[in-house]
Design a protein around this ligand. Sequence first.
Ligand code: ADP
Ligand code: MG
Length: 245
Amino acid sequence: MNAVDIEMNAVDIEVVGLEKRFGNVAAVHGATFTAPAGQVTGFIGANGAGKSTTLRMLVGLTTPDGGSAHFGGTPYRALARPSRTVGAVLDIAGAHPSMTAIGHLRTYAALGGHAPGRIGDVISLTGLESYAHRRIRGFSTGMRQRLALATALLGDPAVLVLDEPSNGLDPAGIVWLRRFIRQFADAGGTVLISSHVLAELEQVVDGVVLIDAGRILWSGTRTQLVERGGLEAMYFQLAAIGELA
Ligand SMILES: Nc1ncnc2c1ncn2[C@@H]1O[C@H](COP(=O)(O)OP(=O)(O)O)[C@@H](O)[C@H]1O
Ligand SMILES: [Mg+2]
């Protein structure tokens, strides 16, 4: 793939006291954390922990019951050109099966008001060259993930919000994705990426936010995490002090 070689504006993500209930379920309770520009922040928690609900609230797809999320000081809904600030991959089900990859990207480029020349850029950034003219119907989950990422990159955003993007990726795809997000952050971008697999992100993240049963259990740098024995050990320590049910 090509390097992400353009320095970006620094846009931090600041999340303060986010709340979301679904009936009796407190899906997210008082979530407060920061994902700084120039860093990869891993958002780690088991299935049902509240990762997707939190990420959906960040980009206005779910309305919070309380709290706030800001991108460089501005809520998502108040951003002048949201897709130029934040690229989000939250759900890969959206692409129409009879469309080709390039047709899908043309549609989204038109919708977002992005330059047509950007389509070729995102195809090469995500390694979709040989898939560009194929119909999405025949795509593996991994290729759908790449197409969703390509779509999110159309606006050349400073921030990437990725919900479990390694689901369905083969090992080579996971290595590719890690390298991609590392380069994106090294160029000044902000990456917030969720996973339920502890080991998957440990090598690539600068910061870690642990969520369990809707509450942020711990957040800190990878260095602090390593000092405490890694993610697995952290979970055991939190369980031992009664932080985990
Ligand atoms: N639309 C919804 N309606 C009702 N409950 C939901 C909805 N979305 C999520 N939940 C519940 O909220 C909790 C957190 O879910 P989610 O944010 O999807 O977790 P994760 O992404 O970490 O697996 C779970 O208990 C889930 O069942
Ligand atoms: Mg989820």
